[in-house]
Write a protein that binds this ligand. Structure first.
Ligand SMILES: [Zn+2]
Ligand SMILES: [Zn+2]
Length: 582
């Protein structure tokens, strides 16, 4: 049976429409209408189909959904597709559209390359850049040709792997779809998703199901399924989205733990586990644990714990299974006790309506209390960030006066810190004078401009900020954006060294597109240099405060415990960690 199109799928159609219309050079208002419509539908807490079915209600009453969109939704719900979208897709095949997603290129320029040079896909685009055809085009030049080449490398990688947060969205939809299958008794998502890797190449589902065929039939009715790549007796692979593969394996109940351990990986981790097993005269595989002298009888495998116990290991949290420090840690006998969301006491990086945020200080404060926090720092941008109306000394002091007014209201419930996200200027030095920074409770220093400078220049700029006694932490220390922008060139060890010497904290920015520090850097900073890490959301809205969970996942991958995370303690207990307060 064909299920009516769910809200997420309708929103995706609208996003595709918007992207294609932009590519076509359509009226921006029309494009905006589709974006807004997509958002409005995602925000609904009931299926659109339900509203359409109810004669007493009107879909056009939903804010963000105009008349034209109502017609399109009606068609979508009834037929599962939209003729206008198919037409546009005919005009601009996916391979052409992929060019629009190349960082630094964008829809307009991509469309011109398509029209003027007849470039149809990423491979042709690359060839055209390499043979210098693009730089000759009006408005392009050598520099933008190089930018496209750099962007191509990122776009190609991005096409292969989804950010964890996006994979998580697919997991939620699959879980909800599969929960409607009575044959499924147990379900777990394995692979890099379970390990919390910042990007996932595919999804691996393990289920216990009877009959197995019913579970696979049900997966094939997942509305966004594009095709079934293969189907056997106990394994099925489907494709969703453009190139995202979802594998599902049906395993026996008493082998579930062994399969989960096996398919969670990583491969490097499993190689180590198997060699430890071998030394004990055992064999570990996806079906269980077997003794060399009795290879037909599994001695463990229903639960992961048993598999680890059989080779003499405690259960290892999936986030650590990368063959980095987990085996040494396990041998030391210390409990893993990784940081958890509930350990976090404060969020010390957020923006408000004073600059590019969407909520006021009071809104953010209330939302922080609702999330169980005891302190926040208001850290709007400094004046250099003109496009976000960054604060000059006067406006910043006005904001702090406002915080003084608000504080009594929050007494005993929430500490509101006077903070700033102060730019580190391109020529070095801070964007605000020292006497202003001295009045702040909390100063984040950030590199936003001049990210293409040399390694030496950028390192010097950051070291300069760390040497400033008023700076309490370096925000998003490497500037990377996952799948979009590489980290800037920086001598990260020099940064760690200086931060450790001056007791300057380092941020793990929890925004799922940043996750900056990278987990390996985070581990080095914490373990080797003993630098306290502060996990912040960099929220620009109330909802933005909820990204803390992604920072926690990244911190767990770095092996961080409560003691390593500065803001897993109260603000008063944090102060002694910082040079500014010594
Ligand atoms: Zn920033
Ligand atoms: Zn920020």
């Amino acid at each position: 049976m064909l299920e009516p199109m769910d809200n997420q799928s309708i929103a995706e159609v609208f996003e595709q429409m918007a992207e294609l219309l932009e590519f076509k050079g359509e009226n921006p208002f029309r494009i905006r209408a589709y974006h807004n419509g997509a958002k409005a539908i995602l925000d609904l807490d009931e299926p659109v189909a339900q509203i359409l079915d109810d004669p007493s209600r009107k879909l056009s009453d939903v804010p963000g959904i105009g008349k034209t969109l109502v017609d399109k939704i009606t068609v979508l719900v009834a037929t599962g597709s939209l003729p206008q979208l198919l037409e546009l897709q005919e005009q601009f095949p996916a391979s052409v559209l992929a060019m629009a997603r190349v960082p630094g290129l964008g829809a307009k320029k991509a469309a011109r390359l398509h029209q003027e040079l007849g470039i149809d896909n990423l491979a042709e685009l690359k060839a055209a850049c390499e043979t210098d055809q693009v730089s000759g085009l009006k408005g392009f030049g050598k520099k933008s040709q190089q930018t496209i080449l750099d962007g191509l490398a990122i776009a190609q990688a991005a096409a292969q792997r989804k950010k964890w947060v996006n994979a998580d969205g697919w997991v939620a939809r699959l879980r909800s779809h599969l929960s409607g299958c009575d044959a499924i008794e147990r379900i777990e998502f394995a692979g890099s998703y379970r390990r919390g890797r910042e990007t996932c190449g595919d999804l691996d589902i393990l289920v216990v199901a009877d009959p197995a065929a019913a579970a696979m039939d049900h997966l094939e009715t997942f509305p966004p399924r594009k095709e079934t790549i293969l189907r056997g007796d106990t394994k099925i692979s489907i494709r969703v989205d453009e190139a995202f593969q979802v594998d599902m394996r049906v395993v026996a109940d008493d082998q579930f733990g062994a399969a989960l351990q096996y398919f969670t990986g990583s491969q490097a981790h499993n190689v180590r586990v198997r060699s430890m097993a071998k030394a004990k005269g055992l064999k570990v595989n996806e079906y269980g644990v077997f003794r060399d002298d009795d290879p037909d009888k599994s001695i463990a495998g229903a639960e992961e714990q048993e598999v680890y116990a059989a080779v003499g290991l405690p259960w290892i949290p999936p986030e650590l299974r990368e063959d980095r420090l987990e085996f040494d840690w396990a041998k030391s006998g210390d409990p893993f006790d990784l940081i958890e969301l509930k350990d976090i006491c404060s969020d010390l990086h957020m923006h408000t309506t004073a600059t590019d945020g969407e909520a006021t200080i009071g809104d953010m404060a209330d939302a922080a209390i609702a999330r169980g926090l005891t302190a926040i720092a208001i850290t709007d941008h400094s004046q250099r960030v003109a496009m976000a109306r960054g604060l000059d000394p006067q406006r910043l002091r006005e904001q702090w006066a406002r915080i003084d007014q608000l504080r009594p209201q929050y007494e005993g419930r929430l500490t509101i810190l006077k903070g700033i996200e102060c730019d580190i200027l391109e020529d070095g030095g801070m964007d605000l004078p020292d006497d202003v920074l001295a009045e702040a409770d909390w100063v984040l220093a950030s590199v936003h401009y001049g990210q293409r400078q040399s390694r030496e220049q950028i390192t010097d700029r950051i070291l300069g900020a760390i040497a400033n006694p008023h700076v309490t932490a370096i925000a998003h220390p490497t500037g990377r954006l996952i799948n979009r922008r590489e980290a800037y060139q920086v001598d990260i060890d020099a940064v760690f060294q200086a931060a450790a010497e001056t007791s300057t904290l380092l941020e793990l920015n929890a925004n799922p597109s940043r996750l900056d520090l990278h987990e390996v850097h985070c581990q080095t900073a914490s373990r080797r240099y003993n630098i306290p890490i502060v996990i912040n959301t960099d929220a620009h809205s109330i909802d933005g405060l909820d990204v803390m969970q992604y920072g926690i996942l990244q911190a767990r991958r770095a092996g961080l415990q409560k003691q390593h995370v500065a803001n897993a303690r109260s603000w008063d207990a944090m102060k002694p960690l910082m040079g500014k307060y010594r």
